[in-house]
Design a protein around this ligand. Structure first.
Ligand SMILES: C[S@@+](CC[C@H](N)C(=O)[O-])C[C@H]1O[C@@H](n2cnc3c(N)ncnc32)[C@H](O)[C@@H]1O
Length: 331
């Protein structure tokens, strides 16, 4: 049975990928833009000859247009348990408290709403940029905030995204929420360790990561290998593909402005907060790297472990938040 609404969302995605308006597509097909709008909203299906024409225009088969297919089946190099989300062997429930509280306290719905706030203008702009570039997006370490996913989907609800995290609960909760909110056939959900992404080489157009890689852990909850995660991101990207990664760190200048004894303690106890991952990004293979500062975060305002340490040392630590656009070279 053909799911008309899903068909509509799929063809809308292909059209946006070509950067055509509904009117432009209508002109190519010799139909009205109202007809295109009806197909894309699931109110009607095109005639068989137009379906064939569409499949030629987008370079896909008619089945690709009509059928709901699991994209992970085509791209994964490991087996997985399809329990709502795709659960790979490297997934692990590392956040037992999250798992308990996330659904009960509606974290995902809150993150979705928060992403609409005018205060998040910078993130919304990046989300729009990613959505406009289009193609298949892989969100790494989505977490309860969803990384860039809510911003991308608010810019384009038809975007094609694989939402991933180590935690089956995180991806499961995002699936539950977005199935209700968008019911998009262009979204997939996968739980795996991003240090061993279970996807084949060069199959992703954009990898997005908002504080996922910077907070890398292993399945045993030990510090994870951020360099390996970046290498994996590079591997799965198509040539010319883009890694959009955002995080925060304490700059050398900020550190130098603190009392010497404080610098010493911080360097010894939390060297991770000074890691800007630039070198690891270059080592992963990325050459064109464009960084932009998008804001600052003070430990005075939060309750993290490093904030407690800063308070015990009598200082405020300023994190510089940045986003990096890293391009995989064309062949
Ligand atoms: C601090 S959270 C926050 C970032 C998240 N993007 C957000 O917007 O909420 C980091 C996320 O990265 C995930 N993560 C950490 N190490 C991982 C790994 N090795 N593989 C996959 N996900 C990982 C965690 O499960 C967590 O959900």
């Amino acid at each position: 049975m053909i799911h008309k609404a899903h068909f509509g969302k799929r063809i809308a995605r292909y059209r946006k990928q070509e950067m055509w308006s509904q009117a432009e597509l209508a002109e190519r097909l010799g139909v009205t833009s109202q007809a295109v709008s009806k197909w894309e909203t699931g109110a009607a299906l095109p005639d068989i000859d137009l379906l064939l024409e569409l499949s030629h225009l987008y370079g896909v088969s008619i089945n690709d247009l009509l059928e709901d297919r699991d994209i992970l089946k085509a791209l994964s190099v490991q087996s997985y348990r399809p329990e709502g989300a795709a659960l790979f062997d490297s997934s692990a429930e590392v956040h037992k408290e999250w798992a308990r509280d996330m659904a009960r306290e509606g974290w995902i719905a809150r993150s979705w709403q928060a992403a609409k706030s005018p205060e998040k203008r910078d993130m919304q702009e990046i989300g729009r940029h990613i959505a406009e570039r289009g193609g298949l997006i892989l969100e790494l370490g989505a977490g309860p905030g969803g990384g860039f996913t809510p911003y991308i989907l608010q810019a384009d609800p038809d975007a094609a995204i694989i939402v991933s995290d180590m935690s089956p609960t995180v991806v499961g909760e995002w699936k539950k929420f977005l199935d209700k909110e968008l019911d998009s056939p262009n979204l997939s959900y996968a739980a795996f360790d991003y240090c061993q992404i279970p996807l084949r080489d060069s199959c992703i157009d954009i990898v997005s990561d908002y504080g996922g890689i910077a907070n890398a852990i292993t399945a045993k909850c030990e510090p994870g290998d951020k360099g390996t995660a970046l290498k994996e991101a590079y591997r799965v990207l198509k040539p010319g593909g883009l890694l959009v990664t955002a995080s925060g760190f304490v700059t050398k200048e900020t550190l130098a402005g603190l009392p010497e004894n404080v610098q010493e303690v911080l360097r010894a106890e939390r060297p991770d907060v000074f890691e800007d991952l630039y070198e690891e990004t270059v080592l992963a293979g990325f050459r064109e790297i464009d960084s932009t500062v998008i804001g600052y975060r003070d430990t005075d305002d939060d309750e993290s472990g490093v904030a407690d340490l800063a308070r015990s040392l009598g200082v405020n630590l300023r994190f510089t938040e940045y986003v990096r656009f890293c391009k995989k070279q064309q062949l």
